[in-house]
Design a protein around this ligand. Structure first.
Ligand code: SF4
Length: 371
């Protein structure tokens, strides 16, 4: 049993599955950029928007342009997509940007859109890492790109940072992060590199560092970011005060968010759904006047909620769980809770249950014990 959430907390995710070139480790749904195809996709996004407008879009508190490479959208296209949509006065509007696309002209034009948060795909401040990942920018360009964004008025900028590359070690990760911390960012997302078989770098999966080495790198990252004044608020995310990603918090807190674009996943009125993950099917789907994708038959609202909430450092509120699902969180899990507590992997009090920092790197297995 799931209850409606209070109004005022709803996001929109817009997916742009096009990239200028494919990064060697990428397993996302990403397509090579071709102007004409992109124009057709944009036109379909506008149709999807109109269908939602006809159905009624609540006032949005966040919008997130993700990809792929959403900075392939021109500022005019961004304005067109957002035109006519009601946004909260303090709405957070994020755009993921590939550093190579930042120019003074683009940043100045972007400042004339509602976008007020930038997520920059930095990944590493070492050129060898960037070359290995087949990213197209150079490390030395990053500071200048951030300066351009700041001069254009952007005051909320996040950087992605990847660790756990083949042959990496704590010393290299520290060096790369030191260079990143010399640049003013409000938020840092740090991800462990995973290499899947069907990607060009998949053949290197056996060269990835052992778990102990990756855990040491993760621990060094957490330590350095804390020392630099960032607060960890989620397993992979760190923010300066008040600069947490409000859009991602909607996911982790189990609020509603709409999703537009091929393969985009949303969660609306208690149902998790996905738009068709293929361009032709997506076009047909929208032409047929359909929205809200296909409900995900695998969705398990209670398990999803637990997995998302426990990723947050503040953990899961016991009262909120009871209110949302009409059941007590602890009683059916008493044995697992006792065992994980005695192992120092979770922390409990009368109001909440959360992972201890010692459990962050092995969060998936710890959370699995609580599902
Ligand atoms: S920019 Fe992102 S989505 Fe595009 S190919 Fe690289 S990793 Fe994949």
């Amino acid at each position: 049993m799931e209850q409606d959430l209070p109004p005022g907390q709803i996001g929109l995710y817009i997916h742009i599955p096009w990239c200028l070139s494919r990064c060697g480790y990428c397993s996302f749904y990403a397509l090579p950029f071709r102007r004409q195809d992109f124009a057709e996709y944009f036109a379909t996004l506008l149709k999807e928007k109109q269908l939602h407008l006809d159905a009624g879009i609540p006032r949005l508190s966040t919008v997130y342009f993700g990809g792929g490479t959403p900075s392939l959208l021109s500022p005019l296209q961004i304005n067109t997509l957002l035109e006519g949509i009601a946004l909260s006065p303090d709405a957070e509007i994020t755009l993921e940007i590939n550093p190579i696309q930042i120019t003074q002209e683009y940043a100045a034009a972007l400042s004339q859109t509602p976008v007020n948060r930038i997520s920059l795909g930095v990944q590493s401040m070492l050129d060898e890492d960037l070359a290995y990942l087949t990213r197209r920018h150079k490390a030395e360009a990053v500071a200048g790109k951030v300066r351009i964004l700041r001069e254009a008025g952007f005051r909320n900028i996040s950087a992605d940072f990847i660790y756990g590359l083949p042959a990496s070690d704590v010393r290299r990760v520290r060096h790369s992060l030191d260079l990143l911390l010399a640049i003013p960012f409000e938020h840092i997302s740090s991800y462990l590199l995973e290499l899947y078989e069907d990607t060009p770098l998949g053949k290197d999966a056996a060269r990835l560092p052992e778990d102990e080495e990756c855990a040491a790198q993760y621990s060094a990252i957490c330590q350095m970011l804390a020392a630099a004044g960032f607060t960890q608020y989620e397993i992979s995310n760190f923010a300066r005060s008040g600069r947490e990603s409000r859009h991602n918090l909607l996911y982790w807190e189990g609020h509603d968010f709409l999703a537009w674009g091929a393969s985009a996943s949303g969660y609306y009125r208690g149902t998790r759904y996905q738009n068709p993950p293929d361009l032709a099917q997506y076009y047909q789907y929208i032409q047929a006047g359909r929205i809200y994708g296909k409900p995900d038959p695998e969705a398990k609202p209670e398990a999803d909620y637990i997995m998302m909430r426990l990723r947050l450092c503040r953990g899961l509120s016991l009262a909120e769980f009871q209110q949302r699902f009409g059941q007590d969180f602890q009683s059916p899990r008493a044995a697992a809770i006792k065992r994980l507590q005695s192992q120092g992997l979770i922390l409990c009090d009368s109001e909440s249950i959360r992972l201890s920092p010692a459990a962050y790197f092995i969060s998936n297995s710890v959370i699995a014990d609580l599902l």
